[in-house]
Design a protein around this ligand. Structure first.
Ligand code: DQA
Length: 150
Protein backbone atom coordinates (compact mmCIF):
# COMPACT_ATOMS: atom_id res chain seq x y z
CA UNK A 1 0.00 0.00 0.00
CA UNK A 2 1.42 3.38 -1.00
CA UNK A 3 0.09 6.91 -0.93
CA UNK A 4 -0.25 8.53 -4.36
CA UNK A 5 -0.70 12.29 -4.38
CA UNK A 6 -2.46 13.90 -7.34
CA UNK A 7 -1.86 17.65 -7.56
CA UNK A 8 -3.78 19.81 -10.02
CA UNK A 9 -3.06 23.43 -10.91
CA UNK A 10 -5.19 26.43 -11.87
CA UNK A 11 -8.44 26.25 -13.82
CA UNK A 12 -8.63 22.45 -13.64
CA UNK A 13 -11.56 22.97 -11.24
CA UNK A 14 -13.38 24.22 -14.38
CA UNK A 15 -13.09 20.91 -16.24
CA UNK A 16 -16.39 19.85 -17.78
CA UNK A 17 -17.27 23.35 -18.94
CA UNK A 18 -13.78 24.66 -19.71
CA UNK A 19 -12.96 24.41 -23.45
CA UNK A 20 -14.46 20.90 -23.70
CA UNK A 21 -13.11 20.50 -27.24
CA UNK A 22 -9.60 20.56 -25.75
CA UNK A 23 -10.08 19.20 -22.23
CA UNK A 24 -13.10 16.89 -22.57
CA UNK A 25 -16.48 16.73 -20.84
CA UNK A 26 -15.48 15.07 -17.58
CA UNK A 27 -15.30 17.15 -14.42
CA UNK A 28 -12.35 17.01 -12.03
CA UNK A 29 -14.67 15.25 -9.55
CA UNK A 30 -15.35 12.55 -12.20
CA UNK A 31 -11.62 12.09 -12.69
CA UNK A 32 -10.99 11.95 -8.93
CA UNK A 33 -13.69 9.28 -8.53
CA UNK A 34 -12.44 6.94 -11.25
CA UNK A 35 -8.80 7.44 -10.26
CA UNK A 36 -9.54 6.71 -6.59
CA UNK A 37 -11.23 3.45 -7.64
CA UNK A 38 -8.29 2.52 -9.86
CA UNK A 39 -5.79 3.21 -7.06
CA UNK A 40 -7.89 1.14 -4.61
CA UNK A 41 -8.08 -1.76 -7.08
CA UNK A 42 -4.29 -1.81 -6.99
CA UNK A 43 -4.17 -1.52 -3.20
CA UNK A 44 -3.05 2.11 -2.99
CA UNK A 45 -4.45 5.25 -1.42
CA UNK A 46 -5.07 8.35 -3.56
CA UNK A 47 -4.96 11.90 -2.19
CA UNK A 48 -6.39 14.39 -4.67
CA UNK A 49 -5.80 18.14 -4.56
CA UNK A 50 -6.51 21.15 -6.78
CA UNK A 51 -5.73 24.81 -6.29
CA UNK A 52 -5.71 27.95 -8.36
CA UNK A 53 -3.07 29.45 -6.07
CA UNK A 54 0.62 28.84 -6.65
CA UNK A 55 1.49 29.04 -2.93
CA UNK A 56 -1.08 26.36 -2.04
CA UNK A 57 0.41 24.04 -4.65
CA UNK A 58 3.92 24.75 -3.32
CA UNK A 59 2.73 24.05 0.25
CA UNK A 60 1.07 20.80 -0.83
CA UNK A 61 4.22 19.60 -2.58
CA UNK A 62 6.35 20.54 0.45
CA UNK A 63 4.12 18.36 2.69
CA UNK A 64 4.72 15.24 0.55
CA UNK A 65 7.47 13.66 2.67
CA UNK A 66 5.68 14.43 5.95
CA UNK A 67 2.48 12.82 4.53
CA UNK A 68 4.34 9.70 3.43
CA UNK A 69 3.64 10.25 -0.26
CA UNK A 70 5.37 7.68 -2.48
CA UNK A 71 4.83 9.49 -5.78
CA UNK A 72 3.09 12.58 -7.15
CA UNK A 73 0.98 12.77 -10.30
CA UNK A 74 1.32 16.44 -11.21
CA UNK A 75 -0.75 18.44 -13.65
CA UNK A 76 0.65 21.92 -13.03
CA UNK A 77 -1.73 23.36 -15.68
CA UNK A 78 -0.62 26.88 -16.68
CA UNK A 79 2.12 26.80 -14.01
CA UNK A 80 3.80 24.16 -16.19
CA UNK A 81 5.03 26.99 -18.35
CA UNK A 82 5.76 29.62 -15.72
CA UNK A 83 6.51 28.34 -12.23
CA UNK A 84 10.09 28.14 -11.02
CA UNK A 85 8.62 28.15 -7.48
CA UNK A 86 6.70 24.91 -8.06
CA UNK A 87 9.70 23.31 -9.75
CA UNK A 88 11.87 24.23 -6.75
CA UNK A 89 9.24 22.79 -4.38
CA UNK A 90 9.26 19.49 -6.26
CA UNK A 91 13.06 19.35 -6.15
CA UNK A 92 13.07 20.21 -2.43
CA UNK A 93 10.45 17.55 -1.67
CA UNK A 94 12.70 14.86 -3.13
CA UNK A 95 9.59 12.91 -4.16
CA UNK A 96 9.34 11.24 -7.57
CA UNK A 97 6.62 12.56 -9.86
CA UNK A 98 4.99 12.08 -13.22
CA UNK A 99 4.01 15.18 -15.19
CA UNK A 100 0.68 14.85 -16.93
CA UNK A 101 -1.59 16.92 -19.15
CA UNK A 102 -5.01 16.30 -20.62
CA UNK A 103 -4.12 18.00 -23.88
CA UNK A 104 -1.12 17.42 -26.12
CA UNK A 105 0.78 20.56 -25.15
CA UNK A 106 3.26 19.97 -28.00
CA UNK A 107 0.51 20.36 -30.59
CA UNK A 108 -0.69 23.70 -29.18
CA UNK A 109 0.64 27.26 -28.84
CA UNK A 110 4.45 27.56 -28.73
CA UNK A 111 4.39 28.92 -25.15
CA UNK A 112 2.94 25.58 -24.00
CA UNK A 113 5.83 23.65 -25.45
CA UNK A 114 8.21 24.58 -22.65
CA UNK A 115 7.75 22.90 -19.30
CA UNK A 116 9.59 23.65 -16.05
CA UNK A 117 8.96 20.03 -15.01
CA UNK A 118 9.64 17.62 -17.87
CA UNK A 119 13.41 17.39 -17.36
CA UNK A 120 13.04 16.42 -13.69
CA UNK A 121 9.96 14.14 -14.05
CA UNK A 122 10.09 10.34 -14.06
CA UNK A 123 8.03 10.62 -17.23
CA UNK A 124 5.50 12.79 -19.02
CA UNK A 125 2.03 11.79 -20.25
CA UNK A 126 -0.07 14.16 -22.32
CA UNK A 127 -2.76 14.25 -24.95
CA UNK A 128 -5.16 11.53 -23.82
CA UNK A 129 -7.77 13.71 -22.14
CA UNK A 130 -8.96 12.39 -18.75
CA UNK A 131 -7.28 9.05 -19.64
CA UNK A 132 -3.92 10.80 -19.12
CA UNK A 133 -4.62 10.54 -15.37
CA UNK A 134 -5.30 6.80 -15.56
CA UNK A 135 -2.24 6.20 -17.72
CA UNK A 136 -0.10 8.18 -15.26
CA UNK A 137 -1.43 6.15 -12.35
CA UNK A 138 -0.78 2.86 -14.15
CA UNK A 139 2.75 4.07 -14.95
CA UNK A 140 3.44 4.65 -11.24
CA UNK A 141 2.62 1.06 -10.23
CA UNK A 142 6.00 -0.51 -10.99
CA UNK A 143 7.68 2.53 -9.41
CA UNK A 144 5.90 2.22 -6.06
CA UNK A 145 5.77 -1.55 -5.66
CA UNK A 146 6.68 -2.54 -2.12
CA UNK A 147 6.82 1.09 -1.03
CA UNK A 148 6.40 1.04 2.74
CA UNK A 149 3.79 3.37 4.17
CA UNK A 150 4.94 5.81 6.88
C1 DQA B 1 -2.91 21.53 -19.22
C2 DQA B 1 -2.15 22.21 -20.36
C3 DQA B 1 -1.69 23.60 -19.96
O1 DQA B 1 -1.00 24.22 -21.03
C4 DQA B 1 -2.89 24.46 -19.61
O2 DQA B 1 -2.46 25.73 -19.15
C5 DQA B 1 -3.80 23.82 -18.62
C6 DQA B 1 -4.06 22.38 -18.72
C7 DQA B 1 -3.52 20.18 -19.65
O3 DQA B 1 -3.86 19.39 -18.78
O4 DQA B 1 -3.70 19.93 -20.85
O5 DQA B 1 -4.41 24.48 -17.79
O6 DQA B 1 -2.01 21.26 -18.15
Amino acid sequence: MAIISVINGPNLNMLGTREPGIYGAQTLADIEKSLTQLAEQHGHELRFFQSNAEHDLVNRVQQSKQHGVAIILLNPAAFTHTSVALRDAILASDTPFIELHLSNVHARESFRQHSYFSDIAKGVICGFGPKSYELALLATLPLIENTPRD
